[in-house]
Design a protein around this ligand. Structure first.
Ligand code: ADP
Ligand code: MG
Length: 628
């Protein structure tokens, strides 16, 4: 092998962030250094995809006949590894831009995490993949020689030893593409061994869709990757472990996916697709990459890396590959969106995905609950945002309830089977956490009637319930509805104890009204309370009530609409207050208690927004009086 000869004609400093990254990599003890090869091959494959796409419309590229392929060449004696591709190539400016700054989003995430000291560096390298620069874990020196596909661009060469600088040279390279020549570190000599390279390629790059050749000293170059477009095979011929492996190579996620869906159909639209639900929502590199979408091929040519038009937005956690022969090859990245085939693909993919998720829910509850825990919030968004999707998604919703408690979940179907004979609606209570919601005063009467109530404690739950409206013909009702139509009160639901006399109680109500003023919409007697002194209900015309938890989260100065305060005439607190008003109307404790009754309810609902200092002062005043 001959070294390229050229005179250095420029030496440039890396950007600070690159220096920082290189410094970490050079000193890293990361055991899985072999991933550098995966990164370089994935770059070569990207470059091949891009030139392939370019050639669909542009006939004026350098070397139009060159086979789209990746070649690996090694020389054990000089510890040299060469990776060559016939991809899109880079001119001088592109070399500087792409290999002098940080392009790879994983690398940036890596740096941020390293700076925060989150986890061992070695672990974070593995988690994020750091792109091209990972080569410096194994290289003493790297030389990149490249020729762009544009006929007018001259070839150029880039060289670095991974310290603070890189050099640029003019180069003599007749054919299109990029060659990366790596002078391996002494302790990385293994990567100049053909068998070692082959095993790394099989492990990490088997599904790269271009051939990866290992060039021997003698004989023909030998392709070493399987290069199977898994999605184009018949599902019955693919084993579960192959899907897992494909997923890992596609996403660089280390964990097995929760679910895979393999769709092969010719009508109404030709589609070959493999979709995955990852096991975790927050996976390394994805965390800071807002990128989502499916890889879209037409006859194995990559049309779009991340197409967002193949599934509804609420399924943006799904990864995968879609291939359709019905998409014209000359479709551009810009116009693909409006192609009518896309709509058909979307429908086919969405229906099948939902069907498979349902099947999972029916057959493997534990696994489905994992999916729900990770992605439930996305499905809820689907109910809210996608008209027509309510029906298909409603079965998939899971809730905690007064029946399940905090450790188990129910679906709406299960709820319906437990409904009381005369019960007409499905009831839910809104709150901001399970513990306090389970003690909501609204539940008194439901407990007495033995009626189950769903606990909706995610901020978007209320919104979702109001969009869902009904399930299985039964309306969904918020328990804070002022006019609940519950089955006739059975005897045991009657609160115990003496009620405050009517006259005293009326005075109490008007005192509440004058003390609370605008803070409540009205004050009145409750028919529903058993163990609690009071509750807050929404007036019928208060459409906002299901939205309040969400709005409070999104709007800084949001004020929830005032509610109706209902009092339990038999509760000792209410009885004593009524008596006190009768006997000593000037007592300062009366007004303090009234304010406190309301604040307690707001605290239970998770919607207290007043002054905590005032509340504590008042509590102390009441305690002092009680202890006197
Ligand atoms: P990423 O692949 O995530 O963009 P990398 O650090 O792996 O980040 O690569 C940086 C950039 O260098 C790529 O985006 C690409 O523009 C360019 N590049 C790297 N390798 C090649 C190659 N073999 N052919 C053409 N361009 C390449
Ligand atoms: Mg890359």
């Amino acid at each position: 092998m001959t070294e390229p000869t050229a005179t250095p004609n420029e030496s440039l400093e890396y950007r600070a962030e690159v220096k920082q990254l290189l410094d970490i990599l050079a000193h890293s003890l990361y055991a899985d250094r072999e991933v550098f090869l995966r990164e370089l091959i994935s770059n070569a494959s990207d470059a091949l995809n891009r030139v392939q796409f370019e050639m669909l419309t542009n006939h004026d590229v350098v070397d139009p006949e060159a086979e789209l392929a990746i070649h690996l060449t090694v020389d054990e004696e000089t510890r040299t590894l060469i990776i060559r591709d016939t991809g899109i190539g880079m001119n001088r400016d592109e070399l500087v831009e792409n290999l002098g700054t940080i392009a790879h989003s994983g690398a940036r995430t890596f740096l941020q995490n390293a700076a925060k000291g989150q986890g061992a560096l070695e672990e974070i390298i593995g988690q994020f993949g750091v792109g091209f620069y990972s080569v410096f874990m194994v290289a003493d020196e790297v030389t990149v020689t490249s020729r762009s596909y544009r006929a007018g661009d001259a070839a150029a060469m880039w060289r670095s030893t991974g310290d603070s600088k890189f050099s640029l040279f003019d180069a003599d390279k007749g054919n299109r593409g990029t060659e990366i020549r790596i002078k391996l570190k002494e302790d990385a000599a293994e990567f100049a061994q053909p068998w070692r390279l082959e095993s790394v390629v099989r492990k990490h790059s088997d599904y790269v869709s271009f051939p990866i050749y290992l060039d021997g000293k003698e004989g023909e170059p030998r392709p070493i990757n399987r290069r199977t477009a898994l999605w184009r095979q018949s599902p019955s011929s693919v084993e579960a472990s192959q899907y897992d492996e494909f997923y890992k190579q596609l996403t660089l996620d280390d964990h097995e996916p929760l679910l895979h869906v393999h769709l092969v159909a010719d009508a109404p639209v030709n589609v070959r697709a493999v979709l995955f639900v990852p096991s975790q929502r927050e996976r390394g590199a994805l965390r800071l990459t807002p990128d989502y979408g499916l890889r879209l091929y037409s006859r194995k040519v990559l049309i779009q890396d991340r197409s967002r038009d193949l599934l509804p937005e609420h399924f943006r956690f799904v990864e995968g590959v879609v291939d359709s022969e019905d998409l014209p090859l000359n479709v551009s990245r810009e116009t693909v969106q409006s192609n009518p085939v896309m709509r058909q693909l979307k429908r086919a993919l969405t229906n099948r995905l939902i069907k498979e998720i349902r099947t999972l829910a029916e057959n493997d509850n534990a696994k489905y609950l994992k999916l729900w825990t990770e992605y439930g919030v996305f499905l809820k968004q689907g109910v809210i945002g996608e008209p027509g999707s309510q029906e298909s998604l409603a079965d998939l919703l899971r809730f905690h309830s007064s029946h399940t408690g905090a450790d188990a979940w129910t679906d709406l179907k299960g709820y319906v089977t437990r409904m009381q004979p005369e019960q007409k609606a499905i009831y839910y209570v809104l709150g901001d956490n399970l513990a306090t919601t389970a003690r909501s005063p609204h539940l008194d009467t439901f407990r007495a009637h033995n009626i189950e109530v769903l606990y909706l404690v995610d901020p978007i739950d209320g919104y979702m319930a109001s969009m869902l409206r009904e399930f299985d013909g039964r309306p969904l009702h918020n328990v804070d509805d002022a006019n609940l139509d519950l089955p006739a009160n059975s005897g045991d639901a009657q609160p115990e104890g003496e009620a405050a006399p009517q006259e005293d109680f009326d005075k109490l109500v008007s005192r509440f009204r004058s003390v609370l003023g605008e803070r409540v919409r009205d004050v009145r007697e409750s028919k529903a309370l058993v163990d609690s002194p009071a509750r807050l209900v929404s007036a019928e015309d208060s459409f906002e009530r299901d939205l309040q938890y969400l709005r409070r989260l999104m709007e800084d100065d949001y004020k929830a609409p005032a509610k109706i305060l209902e009092l339990n005439r038999r509760h000792p607190l209410v009885v004593h207050l009524a008596t006190r008003i009768e006997q000593a109307p000037e007592d300062a404790l009366i007004d303090a208690s009234i304010q406190q009754v309301l604040d307690n309810l707001l605290l239970l609902e998770g919607s207290f927004s007043g002054s905590v200092a005032d509340l504590v002062a008042r509590m102390q005043q009441l305690m002092a009086a009680a202890l006197e």
